[in-house]
Design a protein. Sequence first.
Length: 487
Amino acid sequence: MTSMNTATHNAVETAEAFSHLPPLAINPAVRAAIDQILGELRRAQVALTGARPADAHKAESYAAWMRRNNELRGRPTMYPYVGAGFGHGPLVQLADGSVKWDMLSGIGVHMFGHSDARMVEAAIEGALSDTCMQGHLQHNTDVLAVAEILAQEAARASRLRHCFVTNSGCMANENALKICQQKTQSAARILAFADCFMGRSTTMSQIGDTAAYRQGLVLNTLVDYMPFYDPALGEESTQKTLSLLKQAIARYPKQHSCFVMEVIQGEGGFNVASREFLVALMQTCRDASIPVWIDEIQSFGRTENMFAFETLGVGEYVDVVTVGKLSQVCACLFTPEFNPGPGLLAGTFSSSTSAYHVGRRALELLRTGDYYGPTGRIAKLHEAFRRNAQELVQRRPEFFPPVIDGAGRTLPSFIGGIGAMLRLTPLGGDKDKLGALLKVLFEEGVIALTCGHGPYHLRFLPPLGVMDPAQFKPVFAILEKALERAR
Ligand SMILES: Cc1ncc(COP(=O)(O)O)c(C=O)c1O
């Protein structure tokens, strides 16, 4: 609805076109005020064109912010990051005046980067609604609009029809697990992939396969881990996992509530399963009446289709899917057969009204824009990343010693990932060296993260909605400088 000329719309057209908007947001005087705000925003953004260092005169106040931050949390945060609340696409300004390339996007949340005028407009429209938060008992049209887009998109290539929205990925996962448990009459065990990540509730921390994240917790969740797809082994990998799955089912007949599959692993290392691998496991689960639940919370929206199950061609097998991050609100989608009994899913609020408006706008842009498909914007972004990465690997081989994986084999490529989930493995994939590199990279002006459980990789989740493929050039120039300092 950007740059709407309010004068040209008659009342009926306006009401129809903006029926998800609160009444105040279609008031012509309010629209004019919003247009003015967006004009000011765009003017201010002109100055942000690249990374730049902090302002010297802000050093002291920034240090004070960080001290307060660290005291409140009880420990230093990984990055000395306190945002100023302003940015321009992939560029974000911090409270010390520095500007950085944000290649992490809040771990995949800010798909339209920082201060995007369309998202700011949507957030203002949300703020003009009657309440800040939306609940499950009382909600506005905004909630339905988002749930409907998700359900419609999911239905294109699966039997998923229903959508229950929540305020975090972890809570979406909790709902998915409850649905699966109820469907299987309280089956106690869970099948999951090794190296998966599922969130931070007590149950999700236990299913997630990272020892440090469940340190000190009471371990009362029964998980059978299955090896993830190993592309180096191909069919052999499928047969190995399939045989372990059959063993687990034979050992615990009718005791599994689900196989939760993070089909593209985020935290685990941007590993991608093959269709053949997934179909073999999913068909086996179906034969044993074990629900198949896909956790797409990190991969949602980032591959060549909105849903990763569509990209991997396994939609017909899924019973439950969870999504989050770039949708702004999170959701659990399920088929009619998995519709749970009353009372199982609820909660006081599901998210803020502005989050729904921004989520709706973002999803609408994603589905109507030129993002998906083999020649879409996401594919082009992926291609540009690979080109820049390949150039760096060839020109500076000293940064890229061989990477040895957990099985003692040399990793065939330093570059990996899928869609807008991008990874690069410098410095031998060594955890400590990459940790040090991230800090130098941050100082130099690029925000990224690692993924994997050994080897470790640099993880990039760029703001796919606004990142121009050409912007990888300055990002890689900074990465090269950081590698020179860190190695
Ligand atoms: C695959 C996956 N599942 C679940 C979650 C948990 O989401 P949230 O942090 O919103 O609770 C994450 C978060 O990184 C994730 O990557």
